[in-house]
Write a protein that binds this ligand. Structure first.
Ligand SMILES: Cc1cc2nc3c(=O)[nH]c(=O)nc-3n(C[C@H](O)[C@H](O)[C@H](O)COP(=O)(O)OP(=O)(O)OC[C@H]3O[C@@H](n4cnc5c(N)ncnc54)[C@H](O)[C@@H]3O)c2cc1C
Length: 473
């Protein structure tokens, strides 16, 4: 291969950096491959999750399990080299400094990688030449391959409150959006973003009290002790043997899961341990770190397998899976650090944190009036939306996603994000599979089941880089 290959990477967070890292570290890499990375200057090298923000926003994965290279100790060594004190969970800001340095060293050691501080506004495709034209900062540039690694879709607005006085539509960066919030404050949502907001408001903003509203009141579980898990049943051979034509029946996977649970000595009843009482549920996990840890680490070990095989379920089985089994996995998939849970319990007991479940509606009068449990009303001056991004691309039509959708280069996946094939090539409703356009990250949530954790994105970008080289052949 001695013809120049032009590659564009749209989005320079963990997925973009890791994709480029794999491409240039590969034996098949040659100086003929030229890579342009696009992102806005303040987020390039970090992405929104690891941008410069409050120290109280923690990574939910133990430090020794976070890294951006093949060397598992890389992040720990980097922290030491910077003189940061050892911590079981570092701040996300620190991880962002680390990823940014990784990007800088990639740029320094490779003159074929160019970082362009610009948002990509549009991409068009020419099926004659099979090339893409990217528009960024008012300029057009032509590419042979495009990687869409642009992270999450826009923040959701479940109660249609955007633009109202006192409403914080997207809480990040918290130091900017929440520095000066007036009066009684409420948060919508009880996931990891809500925990970020609670921590910031109480620890840094020194709010006397905070209300948290959600439909379920359920918070993520509390991370248990590390457990060694070996997959005995979810092996490539066994999964292959379950294939009927091109599909794996959900029932076969369920049977396999039960066998795996038993083989790894995981207490199956833990999946139904939740009582609906938030404090009681958090305490349960904290009191049983060993057995809860076995469940968490089994789910983590299965995550890369599920990320692949979700695409082999029929549409109906996917629906059943999402309705019936996903909620149990979701509760145990991204547990919060124990330290975070201890603080939450302390604040609930101390009358500083009120968790209100069965939230029904919000009305904006002079204050926000939140109705819950049929006839309870709560009034707050400020309401923070911590419900996370939308999953349906049709609710994010303003930027590049809208432009790609309009051109019918991308199509909506009913389980979230866009349509991609099993190789993560983008499927255009108009043209069919775009062999030279790949997508990975939050945009492919409907295809890659629960695959946006750093460690899994890094695994999956290696596969993406391999596919790129396969196509180049
Ligand atoms: C608040 C928060 C906390 C999280 N905490 C954790 C955690 O503790 N542990 C964990 O494993 N995972 C965590 N995650 C999951 C997180 O999604 C991944 O860790 C990771 O950051 C995703 O990386 P990414 O590169 O796919 O996307 P992002 O990090 O979102 O990066 C995408 C980049 O694309 C850029 N971009 C978007 N549109 C364009 C465009 N049109 N042109 C050019 N550039 C564009 C964006 O500016 C952004 O920098 C968290 C996520 C969030 C949102």
């Amino acid at each position: 291969m001695n013809q120049e290959v032009k590659v564009a990477v749209i989005g320079c967070g963990v997925t973009g950096i890791s994709t480029v890292n794999h491409i240039v570290s590969d034996d098949r890499y040659t100086g003929f491959i030229d890579l342009d990375l696009y992102d806005r200057e303040d987020l390039a090298g970090k992405g929104p999750a690891y941008r410069s923000d409050s120290d109280h926003l923690l990574i939910n994965i133990p430090t020794e399990e976070m890294h951006l290279s093949d060397d598992a100790n890389d992040y720990i060594e980097w922290l030491k080299s910077k003189g940061y004190p050892p911590a079981k969970y570092t701040s996300r800001k620190q991880f962002g400094e680390y990823t940014k340095e990784k990007l800088e060293s990639l740029l320094e050691s490779n003159e074929n990688i160019h970082l362009i501080f610009s948002i990509v506004d549009d991409v068009s495709y020419d099926s004659e030449t099979k090339k893409f034209t990217l528009t960024a900062g008012g300029e057009d540039k032509v590419y042979d391959y495009v990687f869409v690694t642009m992270g999450m879709l826009r923040y959701s607005d479940p109660y249609d409150l955007e633009g109202m006085n006192g409403y914080v539509q997207d809480p990040y960066p918290v130091m900017e959006k929440m520095a000066d919030l007036k009066g009684e404050t409420g948060i919508i949502g009880t996931g990891l973003s809500a925990i970020d907001c609670i921590r910031y408001l109480i620890l840094e903003n020194k709010k006397e009290r905070v209300f948290v509203f959600s439909r379920s009141g359920e918070m993520p579980s509390v991370r248990g002790a590390h457990a060694e898990i070996t997959l005995h049943h979810f092996t490539k051979e066994k999964l292959r043997s379950l294939l009927i034509g091109d599909e794996i029946p959900l029932e076969s996977l369920r049977q396999l899961f039960l066998k795996e649970v038993e083989a790894n000595n995981v207490d199956y009843s833990l999946l139904k341990r939740r009582t609906g009482n938030t404090v009681k549920d958090l305490k349960y996990d904290m009191d049983h770190p060993e057995k809860v840890g076995r469940l968490h680490y089994l789910i983590m070990a299965l995550n890369p397998v599920f990320s692949e095989i979700f695409q082999y379920l029929s549409r109906n089985d996917k629906k059943i899976f999402m309705d019936k089994y996903h909620p149990y996995i979701n509760e145990n998939h991204s547990p919060m650090p124990r330290e975070a849970a201890e603080k939450l319990i302390e604040w609930v007991n101390g009358g500083r944190l009120f968790i209100v479940d069965d939230m029904e509606s919000v009305k904006k009068e002079k204050k926000f009036s939140i109705r819950a449990n049929e006839n309870e009303y709560y009034k707050v001056d400020t309401l923070i939306n911590a419900t996370g991004p939308v999953k349906d691309i049709r609710k994010d039509m303003d930027g590049l996603v809208g432009a790609l959708y309009d051109r019918q280069l991308i199509g909506q996946n009913e389980f979230g994000g866009i349509m991609v094939d099993r190789e993560r090539s983008v499927i255009s409703p108009n043209i069919g599979t775009l062999e030279k356009m790949f997508a990975l990250g939050a945009l492919t949530v409907g295809a890659d089941y629960m695959s946006t954790s750093v460690w899994l994105l890094i695994k999956n970008t290696k596969k993406l880089s391999d596919r790129f080289y396969d196509r180049l052949k």
